[in-house]
Design a protein around this ligand. Structure first.
Ligand code: SF4
Length: 469
């Protein structure tokens, strides 16, 4: 298992009159591959009916040229998935289709609904819905297909009253696109303009990738309905006043070139590195980042400290994620395949190694061993995020409480365990300063144990899977 928190999903929706938009959706998804690598899918419609193509694997593996040609239409929804609820199976690949009085819809979801089991029971008892998949998205799809309401806004208000947790959604009917950001605004969602139509996507980097003009991020509790009449936006009147966006999007999940809450993630990360130096300076010869995600933080640390930044570790960008390795021995080989330390650059040096997070610590231990084997004189680990002391319930797969090293050991015990000369984390206050957040904005639950809504502490991502006999 790669020792990183894992993001849930990426979504794209497009409505462009007189254009086939499946290809646009594909390239939007392509920019969001980092948000999920298990399956990919696109649903599209010409206004008559929805056609769907969804497969396991990376976006480039899930689609061939002819698959896109087979998805004509001016409205489309696309999805790339990492499972946080429901197993990694073809039947859970999205977008998901659902039928109801308003006709067929296709739903792409990023997030995690924490009361999905309860709602699933209720919808099957009260509405007679048959569920044959195991993801929370199926519950969302059933709700949007069948909830009472005279228009999509009333349907969304009904759903928002019932669904608890994180859900950024791109939904399509045969001739409309509906975008929804949950009332807490936990997962990102943005709006762009393209060729006289509109595009929504998890991150602004996806808009850049398809040449769309960034309009704005959706507000928490906002619903957009896009159809032949144009675009209409409304905000659920009961939505939280301030958003509770996942602060880990700023630290690690989102691409550095995406804008989140008005800030370029790269700049936020650089400021985290600067703040980390102010909180935990140490003498050293060189600052390096664990590639690729920690590089902006390391540059920030180096700039603030005046210690030169260097690339001590090279990452093989073409190697698959190490969680494909089936056993411990293969996992170790996996990490060696992924990173390589450059002896001539680091030998004899006192290093500051900046990382963006430590979950279980398995990768950190191997990186430190690798640096020492390559001749580093000292290895000081600086983590550009606070210690992760609690699990996530809103669409990020981290580890169980028992596996989270900072939930079970002190900083000194972790230092000893990973074999570093010193170890320091960014404080929660320092993180807030770097991202410029007020006390009640952003979810910081995995660092503080306090969540924007009550949660059940250990949730099983396979809770909706049928029981094995
Ligand atoms: S618990 Fe952590 S990872 Fe989960 S949404 Fe909150 S800040 Fe993000």
């Amino acid at each position: 298992m790669d020792d990183r928190p894992r993001e849930a999903c990426g979504i794209v929706g497009a409505y462009i009159p007189d254009h086939d938009v499946a290809r646009t959706t594909f390239f939007g998804l392509f920019a969001l591959q980092h948000r999920g690598q298990e399956s990919a899918g696109i649903a599209a419609s010409t206004g008559v009916g929805i056609k769907l193509h969804a497969r396991m694997g990376l976006i480039s593996q899930a689609f061939k040229e002819e698959d896109l040609e087979d998805l004509p239409g001016h409205v489309a929804v696309g999805h790339t998935r990492y499972s946080t609820m429901g197993g990694s199976k073809q039947h859970n690949a999205q977008p998901l289709l659902a039928n109801g009085p308003r006709g067929e819809i296709a739903v792409g979801h990023n997030g995690n609904v924490i009361n999905a089991s309860e709602l699933r029971r209720e919808l099957s008892e009260q509405w007679g819905v048959t569920f044959d998949r195991s993801s929370d998205t199926e519950v969302i799809a059933a709700m949007f297909a069948r909830a009472p309401g005279r228009d999509w806004f009333e349907v969304a208000w009904y759903a928002m009253r019932r669904l608890k947790g994180a859900y950024s959604l791109a939904i399509m009917s045969k001739d409309e696109l509906i975008a929804v950001r949950d009332p807490l605004g936990i997962r990102p969602l943005c709006l762009g303009k393209l060729n006289g139509g509109y595009v929504v996507a998890s991150e602004t980097a996806a808009l850049d990738n398809i040449g769309a003009e960034f309009v704005r991020e959706l507000a928490n509790g906002e619903v957009l309905v896009i159809n032949k009449n144009g675009i209409e936006s409304r905000i659920w009147p009961a939505a939280r006043k301030t958003h509770a966006m996942c602060i880990f999007e700023q630290i690690y999940f989102a691409r550095p070139d995406s804008i989140l809450n008005g800030q370029l993630a790269y700049d936020s990360r650089r400021r985290m590195g600067e703040q980390l130096f102010r909180e935990s300076a140490v003498e050293a010869d060189m600052v390096i980042g664990v590639p690729d995600s920690s590089i902006p933080h390391a540059i920030g640390y180096a700039n603030a400290s005046g210690i030169p930044y260097g690339e001590g570790i090279i990452r093989n960008r073409y190697v698959g994620r190490t969680f494909i390795a089936p056993d411990q021995r293969m996992r170790e080989v996996g990490v060696q395949m992924k990173f390589n330390a450059m002896r001539t650059i680091i030998e004899g040096k006192r290093l500051i190694v900046v990382d963006d997070s430590i979950v279980r610590s398995t990768t950190t231990v191997r990186v430190i061993n690798m640096l020492r084997a390559a001749g580093a004189k000292e290895v000081h680990v600086r983590v550009a995020a606070p210690a992760i002391i609690s699990t996530c319930h809103f669409g990020v797969d981290m580890a169980t409480m028992a596996e989270l090293i900072a939930a079970n050991k002190t900083v000194e015990e972790i230092r000893e365990h990973i074999g570093a000369d010193s170890l320091a984390y960014l404080s929660v206050e320092g993180l807030k300063r770097a991202v410029d957040v007020s006390d009640d904005s952003y979810c910081k639950g995995c660092f503080t144990g306090k969540y924007p809504i009550p949660v059940q502490l250990e949730m099983d991502k396979l809770a909706l899977e049928p029981a094995r006999v």
